[in-house]
Design a protein around this ligand. Sequence first.
Ligand code: DGY
Length: 339
Amino acid sequence: MTVKLKVWVSRPLFPEVLARLAEYVDVQAEAVERPHSAAELKEKLAGVDGAIVALSDRVDASVLEGNRRLKVLANLGVGYNNLDVEALTRAGVLASNTPEVLNESVADYAWALMLAAARRVGAAERWLRAGQWAGSRMRFDDWLGLDVHGRTLGILGMGRIGQAIARRAAGFDMRVLYHNRSRLPEPVERECRATLVGKPELLRQADFLVLVLPFTPENRHAIGAAELAQMKRTAVLVNIARGGIVDDAALAEALRDGRLAAAGLDVFEGEPVVHPDLLLLDNVVLSPHIASASEDTRRGMANIAVDNVLAALGYGEAAGKPPTPLNPAVMNRWKAPKA
Ligand code: DGY
């Protein structure tokens, strides 16, 4: 009898996706969604050959210490600031993420937040649900928001998701400016109708500023009090990237004092806890990190995680060729037993 390899899945996932995994390996899937402590992660990962984890699972050197078994760790997300990839590489563990599959859904959602924040959709709905419309004398000049069409869209971080956001701007007849570490190839700039500018100019000119940066130590508080002070008072800020890129306390202050018109936020410093000052404001639309959460995209992400695990463990048609590895060179060391 051959003993099956073991894979731990740190949260409930789509049953049919787990069933596909279970055709090859012994699956231990958590039945309840909850964060895991470093000690729990260490224990779980020590007893398996592969794992599927998500953003709230922080895998660092301490979690991997002494682990001689784990071969592959697939992250359910394109962002992987929860993983210490260097530590995984040192431990001989292949890490993977889920790029591309979510680009269009996240871009859709950035637009949802832009539109909702500009046109006060959240506040208006709360007012209606509270029964305040019936019997009120709503004036012709109540609930005025900001137009989106014809304005300037600024994008900070112009990877594939930023580009997908930019392409949608043509339908709103917007001017598109972007700031990025490197300039996009000219055909891509043309397709996105986007012009590269410096960060100060982006801050000054954008009517809508959308953040699509990866979270790195350098990007922590890339938008803080100083940056907010450079923006138009009529501007709208949208963060679909990562909490911590924006200084949420400074943002709440700017929104409260009318130094920024509105914001749409899907991610927060210290999430799932949200800065209490943001919760008090009506000119901010808040959502619980769901930019990629469409039926098709979350299934696609889960399937890519499974593809990476199976391929890394040597199963299926793509055996030995995980589709989206973060540290593929690790696999060259697998022929030798783990040190
Ligand atoms: C990602 O993929 O990085 C998302 O933020 C997680 O949903």
